[in-house]
Design a protein around this ligand. Structure first.
Ligand SMILES: *Cc1c(COP(=O)(O)O)cnc(C)c1O
Length: 368
């Protein structure tokens, strides 16, 4: 049996007419940049997340950047975040002129460890950027309490957490702002690049809206040196179609993850733990094994494609060599990155594929 790691073509087949109609509307109105489709999407996504504002932009990285800027982060500031993430989390901090301060993960959840955050606070600390890694919400009670005690902003990296919930409430409005990515492979993916920030803060929304469009406050009146971070009309139109299916897709992801869990229970394969008060968006199903590379090679041979999120933690990337980290500086993060890999997961995957993938992994991991 062949189990692809991921497949977007099947999804298009099921949406084709809706998508073509949406794209046709954009062409007929010639609203290729922002425009009414993007404005409708912003309203619909804000409603979905249960927040006051959504500002649509061109990438998740831009959404993070604008969330930080609009929350007042700038040169000389320190921003505490996790190194167990995609590099964009740190890059967005660097773009503002602030310094990313990486702290270790809680080895049980693989998310940022609140105790480590508190220890890293200095007089320069301005914000915390927790990442809901693999779609699994971080311990927001603890992070928000720390932020409150030390008067810090919280910018959620929700780029993998579309539709995830914490204490029954959707991710997107817990901190000053949350950043989402609509990269095609995300749970809610555009047909190109896309991103958005969500917030309940009117001032943050207003500033982000201005900064995404060259700092413009009225046509050709620029109060700030801004950016060209606008969302395309096509992406807004496609995202509106796909948003209507997000809950069904996430529910199917949840079923597949439950199947994986059942089949892998009691095996040497380890899984990151979820918090009882959090409901994941099930963006990725990651596992931890010894001899990760050998296990993956054998899976590949037997038709099961996998991926690694992420092989090198951000603090050990050459790009951040200037921060002076060495192997061993964030031991739990490094240990996770050395053993982690991601199993196939997408809503169109069949139960048979998930069963085959899990059983094959079980067999290989029990032997190694
Ligand atoms: C995808 C992702 C981003 C960046 O999103 P882009 O849309 O690719 O810019 C940032 N952080 C995390 C955790 C992501 O998974």
């Amino acid at each position: 049996m062949n189990v692809p790691y991921f497949d977007l073509k099947m999804q298009y087949a099921s949406l084709r007419q809706e998508i073509l109609d949406a794209v046709d509307r954009v062409c007929k109105n010639a609203s290729f940049i922002l425009g009414e489709e993007v404005a409708h999407f912003e309203q619909e996504f804000a409603d979905y997340c249960g927040v006051r504002h959504c500002v649509a932009v061109n990438t998740g990285t831009s959404a993070l950047h604008l969330s930080l800027l609009a929350s007042g982060v700038g040169p000389g500031d320190e921003v505490i975040t996790t190194s167990n993430t995609f590099i964009a989390t740190a890059e967005a901090i660097s773009y503002t002129g602030a310094k990313p301060v990486f702290v270790d993960i809680d080895p049980a959840t693989a998310n940022i460890a609140p105790q480590a955050v508190e220890k890293a606070i200095t007089p320069r600390t301005r914000a915390i950027v927790p990442v809901h890694l693999y779609g699994r919400p971080v311990d927001l009670d603890a992070i928000l309490a720390i932020a409150d005690r030390h008067k810090l902003s919280v910018i959620e990296d929700a780029c993998q957490a579309h539709g995830a919930r914490y204490r029954g409430k959707r991710i997107g409005g817990f901190g000053q702002a949350a950043a989402f990515s609509f990269y095609p492979g995300k749970n809610l993916g555009a047909y190109g690049e896309g991103g958005a920030l969500t917030t309940n803060d009117d001032a943050v929304a207003k500033l982000a809206r201005t900064l995404r469009d060259h700092g413009q406050v009225a046509r050709y009146y620029h109060d700030y040196v801004g950016y060209n971070y606008r969302m395309d009309g096509f992406q807004g139109a496609v995202l509106r179609v796909k948003l209507r299916h997000l809950d069904a897709w996430n529910a199917r992801r949840r079923e597949l993850c439950a199947l994986y869990r059942t089949l892998l229970a009691g095996s040497p394969v380890q899984l990151p733990q979820d918090l009882p008060q959090a409901e994941s968006s099930h963006h990725l199903f990651v596992v931890y094994v010894q001899n990760r590379d050998a296990v993956r090679a054998e899976l590949e041979k037997r038709g099961v494609a996998t991926a690694i999120h992420y092989p090198v933690p951000v603090h050990l990337q050459k790009a951040y060599a200037g921060l002076g980290h060495r192997p061993g500086s964030l031991p739990h993060t490094e240990h996770a990155c050395n053993r982690v890999f991601s199993m196939p997961l997408f809503p169109e995957m069949t139960d048979e594929q998930a069963e085959y993938a899990a059983k094959t992994l079980l067999e290989i991991a029990s032997r190694k």
